[in-house]
Design a protein. Sequence first.
Length: 167
Amino acid sequence: MIPSCDLSSDNVVRVMNRLKVTESQDKLVDELVNTIIPKTELPGAKDLNVKDFVWVMADDCLSDDLQYIFLNGLTQFEERFKQVSGSAFSSSDQQERISNLNSIIAKENSDEKSDHIVFLEVIKTFTIQGYMQSEYIMKDVMPYNLIPGKNPTCEPVEPNQNVNINA
């Protein structure tokens, strides 16, 4: 289809290697990552742009089959949330979102997981991973030293100095 002839209201905002993400999908993922890790005294997942990490992981690391399930689950999730809560995910507050997400997950009791449940599991995993590996967390909250600092046991020893080797 010629792009100028596409009259759909949901524009593609991200074109990745294998995924094309619409504006509504991008907004929903942004709100979901914010629900999973909201802002407290620390920035939330939305503040750290974790949705970008989620999309890259979905594009690069999921198989074609799992990408299909992920995107189908994204669509099903929106419909399922409306069935459970009576309102759209984006118009619900944080407590309603958490309560209704728990209801959706609790009602899923079959051996074969629905696409929207797989989607929720994947997005939760990628959100936590992206948040914990963000530059802010790795530098400011839980600094990680890739190369250990000076080893305090490597000090020059004087000829008559007693050395405690059990320290």
